[in-house]
Design a protein around this ligand. Structure first.
Ligand code: URP
Ligand code: ZN
Ligand code: ZN
Length: 461
């Protein structure tokens, strides 16, 4: 199959120009003005932006968590992502404590293989680092193409590792050219605040927020950064929410340390006042870490512009309303997570570019290019260049529309963003040279999405 995309405004992390893109098979084979080629299909992109397919490096599909499973499957989640301009996601495999990494990977492969519409990869979450799991690290990096290892400094008893395990893992990952990522919050402090609030009978969603004050994230982010510096290992802090945590990692830039920061779209655009929504409405926003204050949004936007925050993901971890109701009488039982995989690109364009908070190039950097670089997939993914995968979004920057449960494709029976007016719409999406979505219509089959083996990051980042 060959496709010619004509006269689009091509935007990458570094460039912005009008030209044609010629796609042959799965890759881009030429870029230029008035390309004279024979194409089986021609797409007129005049007046449209054309940017690299979005990469969301933080999603949880069909994940067993808090006594239930996140409600988007690999099928529904990757399809919803494509509708919104995200062509690739990175999901998390969770090791069961006491078992091997391989044991968990096999389970995750069983759920995902052949079921994805969009491309995907896995981070391996190490929840029990010991002499046995240590041996698996090299194998994961070199044979599986899984180069990022996730850690949790919270969720004690299920996912959390201690600082000794953290440093041991960092040393092993560093040796083999990978990267350690982290949910950086102080689990012990949070657990004691949860216990205190429950003892006092404070059971509403607001107390989820009040059990995870900013200091719990700032302290853990600083501690993680220091441990990564000690182990000389590249680090990546997921879902950063606040000014205190951002300030705690500033020291990494002073000492020329590789610590990357991801925030998520929700932390940039909504705040903690939502925990007081009536009728248990605050449960929609129960996620960890929680939403923060307006001053934190300001800090995150400026962190993006300063280059201190490199990635905007979603931490997409959807639960249907009856699942959220598991915590009706006790906030600590509300499954943590919110649905956003479909809306990240459009919301960031609308709230960031259209409102002049970030440039178009920065938008491409944080929605696609930086994730590809940091996670070992560049320039296969995350750019528009000859030889790169033809993962392309053709986007109307002017079309306005409203987000709603009635029109979204995620497997959730409410929208956190119900009625939110967005400027900019994903019109056509190409994934490895195939039109995947065109004006809301799906043009590929389930199973088209492929697992992407990633490269060692050593020497790249
Ligand atoms: O609330 C969240 N974030 N749920 C998913 C698990 C995690 O901590 O990322
Ligand atoms: Zn987390
Ligand atoms: Zn997460």
């Amino acid at each position: 199959m060959s496709i010619l995309i004509k006269n689009g405004r091509i935007v990458t992390a570094a460039e912005d120009y009008i030209a044609d893109i010629y796609v042959e098979g799965e890759q881009i084979s030429a870029i230029g003005k008035n390309l004279k080629v024979d194409a089986e299909k021609v797409i007129d992109a005049e007046g449209m932006l054309v940017f690299p397919g979005g990469i969301d490096p933080h999603v949880h599909l069909e994940m067993p968590f808090m006594g239930t499973f996140s409600s988007d499957t690999y099928e529904t989640g990757t399809l919803a992502a494509l509708h919104g301009g995200t062509t690739m996601v990175i999901d998390f495999v969770l090791q069961t404590q006491g078992k091997s990494l391989r044991n968990a990977l096999d389970q995750w492969k069983g759920r995902s293989n052949g079921n994805c519409y969009g491309d995907y990869s896995f981070h391996m979450a190490v929840t029990d680092f010991n002499d046995e799991t240590k041996k698996e690290i090299q194998q994961f990096i070199e044979e599986e193409g899984i180069v990022s290892f996730k850690t949790f400094m919270a969720y004690k008893g299920a996912l959390m590792i201690d600082d000794g395990q953290m440093v041991g893992l960092m040393q092993e990952v560093r040796k083999h050219g990978g990267i350690v990522t982290v949910h950086a919050t102080n689990g012990d402090m949070i657990d004691s605040l949860i216990a205190k609030h429950r003892k006092e009978g404070k059971m509403s969603p607001l107390y989820h927020y009040l059990s995870q004050p900013e200091v719990t994230e700032a302290e853990a982010s600083g501690r993680f950064t220091d441990m990564a510096n000690y182990a000389d290992c590249p680090g990546y802090i997921v879902h950063m929410t606040c000014e205190g945590a951002l300030n705690a990692v500033r020291k990494a830039t002073m000492r020329n340390q590789k610590v990357f920061v991801e925030t998520c779209i929700q932390y940039l655009i909504v705040d903690a006042s939502l925990y007081e929504e009536p009728d248990f409405g605050g449960a929609k926003w129960v996620m960890s870490p929680p939403l923060r204050e307006k001053k934190d949004q300001t800090a995150l936007w400026s962190g993006i512009n300063q280059g201190l925050v490199q990635v905007v993901g979603t931490d997409h971890c959807p639960f249907k309303w009856d699942q959220k109701l598991m915590g009706k009488d006790d906030f600590s039982k509300i499954p943590n997570g919110h649905p956003a995989i479909e809306h990240r690109v459009e919301l960031l364009y609308s709230e960031g570019v259209a409102k002049d908070k970030i440039t178009l190039n920065k938008f491409v950097e944080v929605t696609s290019t930086n994730a590809a670089k940091i996670m070992g997939m560049y320039p296969q993914k995350g750019c528009i260049a000859i030889g790169s995968d033809a993962d392309l979004v053709i986007f109307d920057p002017n079309e306005k529309h409203k987000l709603s449960v009635d029109t979204h494709h995620m497997n959730v029976d409410y929208s956190c963003y119900e009625g939110w007016e967005v400027q900019g719409k994903t019109k056509t999406v190409l994934l490895r040279g195939q039109v995947a979505i065109d004006n809301g219509e799906v043009k590929i089959e389930k199973g088209y999405g492929q697992f992407v083996k990633r490269n060692k990051v050593k020497g790249i980042i």
